[in-house]
Design a protein around this ligand. Structure first.
Ligand SMILES: C[S@@+](CC[C@H](N)C(=O)[O-])C[C@H]1O[C@@H](n2cnc3c(N)ncnc32)[C@H](O)[C@@H]1O
Length: 266
């Protein structure tokens, strides 16, 4: 039973509960690498996480089925995977059980985080923070929940990807109405809808600095050329893949779908 939930959180719970089964069936999300976004290389190639994960106390925000937490648990980390959708978490519980790994799956609202008994060494999120109504406050909250020297690694929607892909007579590209106020990523279900927000990169960096973080890395990876890769190669190098995303490989090879931030609490 969830302790506290915001009105936006309740809408997100309804939407993601409805979508969870389809999302987890149609998206292949591996637990043998750590993913940051669709069609992108994972941690094996990007190398953004701490090198020694054994014994690390980790928290995942907007975890879905927590495949990233399961990956970290397989490396010896102690993981909590938090999400607003019970159906997403239930999928994760089954996955972790099947792999014989312990992950603490926690139903909670990222805009109303519970009190944790202990601080964390790593907080991470793959496209969970864009669903927060108050991402700046959430980043401050992450700073409060981390041990000194702890790391925050997360992907957010890239503001350029908020533009609309246009095919013109003899050219194609993104039409971006306003970089400083990107259009929300609106997702509609049968009976509910939610939106994820993108922000100018400098705004996110300013939130991090204000919260007492030192930015260690900022990546804008291009998608892997999945249209030219064999199924085995995709399985090995693309930790987050679906046929729907694969149809966008042309766009995603020219513009970044997410920005990945890695920051250390000073
Ligand atoms: C795009 S999915 C990403 C899930 C996972 N990180 C992955 O890569 O598969 C966004 C997740 O954020 C969760 N979410 C949305 N709003 C939330 C909120 N207010 N509190 C906690 N989780 C939330 C959704 O339930 C969903 O599982």
């Amino acid at each position: 039973m969830i302790q506290r939930i915001t009105p936006a959180g309740a809408e997100h719970a309804a939407f993601w509960n409805e979508l969870a089964e389809e999302y987890q069936t149609e998206t292949r999300i591996t637990t043998s690498d750590f993913h940051f976004g669709p069609l992108l290389p994972g941690e094996k190639e990007l190398g953004l996480l701490p090198k020694e994960l054994k014994g690390m106390h980790c928290l995942e925000l907007g975890a879905g089925a927590g495949q990233n937490s399961i990956y970290l648990a397989s490396k010896g980390a102690k993981c909590t995977a938090l999400d607003i959708s019970e159906n997403q978490l239930n999928h994760g519980r089954k996955l972790a059980d099947a792999e014989g790994l312990a992950v603490d799956f926690l139903l909670a609202d990222l805009d109303h985080l519970p009190v944790f008994p202990k601080k964390f060494d790593l907080i991470h999120s793959a496209y969970g923070i864009p669903f927060s109504t108050h991402p700046e406050a959430l980043i401050q909250h992450c700073a409060d929940l981390l041990n000194p020297g702890g790391q925050l690694v997360f992907s957010m929607g890239h503001p350029v990807y908020a533009g609309e892909w246009l095919e013109l007579d003899d050219d194609q590209g993104i039409f971006l109405q306003n970089y400083f106020h990107p259009q929300p990523d609106v997702r509609e279900g049968d009976s509910s809808a939610v939106q994820a927000m993108a922000y100018p990169l400098s705004e996110v960096v300013a939130w991090l600095r204000k919260a007492g973080f030192q930015l260690m890395d900022l990546r804008e990876p291009s998608s892997l050329p999945v249209d030219k890769m064999s199924p085995d190669e995709i399985e090995d190098r693309v930790p987050y893949y679906s046929e729907d995303w694969a149809e966008q490989v042309n766009e995603l090879s020219k513009f970044p779908v997410v920005a990945i931030f890695s920051a250390r609490k000073i």
